[in-house]
Design a protein. Structure first.
Length: 132
């Protein structure tokens, strides 16, 4: 499918479809991680955000440097799918809840791990994308 200039409704619907797929996958991954690791720390959100950071680095390079993919399809994948897959707002609320419940060390670890691991995963995605 190709986009025609001015067909913003089609673009919005495709971004929404990408977003729906990303949200469903986020739910599945996060719950799967929590089933394995428990809910005493936001492991599911951390996993989703690190994975999403890796994917955005990889897809950015593949879609802008390696493949002839239109800006509209990049929007579907990056804005729609990955925008819904990653969960920074959830990260923020979970961190706030940790602070509010007095788990300051867990909150600090969640911030440190999320920011550090997501930046490293984004870098790794870019490196992998450039090696392909």
């Amino acid at each position: 499918m190709t986009f025609k200039p001015g067909n913003t409704l089609q673009q919005l619907l495709l971004i929404a479809a990408g977003g729906a797929a990303g949200a469903v996958l986020r739910f599945a991954v996060s719950n799967g991680v929590h089933m394995f690791a428990g809910r005493n720390f936001p492991y599911g959100t951390l996993t989703v955000n690190v994975t999403g950071s890796l994917l955005i680095g990889l897809l950015y390079v593949l879609l802008t440097e390696r493949l002839a993919i239109s800006a509209e399809w990049r929007a579907v994948l990056i804005i729609g799918f990955l925008g819904a897959f990653t969960t920074f707002s959830t990260f923020s609320m979970e961190t706030y809840n940790l602070v509010e419940n007095g788990a300051i060390m867990k909150a600090f670890m969640n911030i440190l791990l999320s920011v550090t691991m997501c930046l490293m995963a984004t870098w790794l995605g870019v490196v992998i994308g450039r090696q392909l």
